[in-house]
Design a protein around this ligand. Structure first.
Ligand SMILES: C[S@@+](CC[C@H](N)C(=O)[O-])C[C@H]1O[C@@H](n2cnc3c(N)ncnc32)[C@H](O)[C@@H]1O
Length: 212
């Protein structure tokens, strides 16, 4: 069976995560992604998980406790738009996930918004290491969802090809507007430097931050 957006987001994360990585769950909710990430980066990595609803924090904390994953997880009661306040200046981040929209069986008015999602995404991109990935699962059936999807589409399409590979993944024959997955992967940075003093005009090739 072809994986749905949620399943495929985890597959794409699992491909790159190691037990030393620092990662971000921008929308903790019931903790499904937080628990998944914590399992992948244990025992040496770290998960930063954000939400603005106390019930999301309580539920996630409980699940982390049950699974013995509290050590490597930092639960943050704040909006992801404030992400920069929680990361060290040059802290390398290997991956992030945004599961957008509202918390299932909860207040449907309390949704992620284009402005704050974009802010968090920009911060995350500044910290993302080469080969790092950001996954965004966009739901657009609820009020406000379409605006967020439009922002994401525009933003992602404008990311320069030299620096990022960007994927949009969706079923196009399903009813009830199934979520759309975006994956942003940072390319390996290659810097060419011309040096006449050392090698008389030859070109030095530096591969920067292949492994961080
Ligand atoms: C679709 S749910 C996330 C589901 C979750 N990833 C899971 O595994 O259960 C979206 C969540 O985003 C949260 N949210 C809304 N605005 C937010 C913001 N500015 N910063 C962080 N979380 C936010 C909501 O409270 C809600 O819990």
């Amino acid at each position: 069976m072809i994986e749905n957006a949620l399943q495929f987001s985890h597959t794409l994360l699992a491909e790159v995560l190691t037990d030393h990585d620092h990662v971000v769950d921008a929308t903790m909710g019931n903790g499904n992604d937080t628990v998944f990430l914590a399992n992948k980066v244990q025992p040496h990595g770290k998960v930063y998980a954000f939400d603005v609803q106390k019930q999301a924090l309580d539920k996630t904390k409980q699940r982390l406790l049950e699974d013995g994953l509290t050590e490597q997880t930092k639960i943050i009661f704040d909006g992801h738009e404030n992400l920069k306040n929680y990361l060290a200046e040059n802290e390398p981040i290997k991956a992030g996930i945004f599961n957008l929209g509202y918390l299932p069986k909860s207040d449907k008015q309390l949704i992620t918004t284009p402005t704050t999602t974009k802010q968090a995404l920009e911060t995350l991109l500044n910290h993302l290491v080469s080969k790092g990935r950001i996954l965004l699962v966009s739901y657009y059936g609820h009020a406000g969802g379409k605006e967020e999807l439009t922002m994401l589409d525009n933003y992602c399409q404008k990311l320069p090809q030299e620096q990022y590979n960007v994927l949009r993944y969706q079923f196009i024959n399903q009813k009830n507007r199934p979520p759309i997955l975006f994956c942003i992967e940072k390319n390996v940075t290659i810097i060419f430097l011309k040096s006449s003093s050392f090698y008389n005009g030859s070109i030095l090739l530096f591969l920067k931050s292949i492994i961080l």
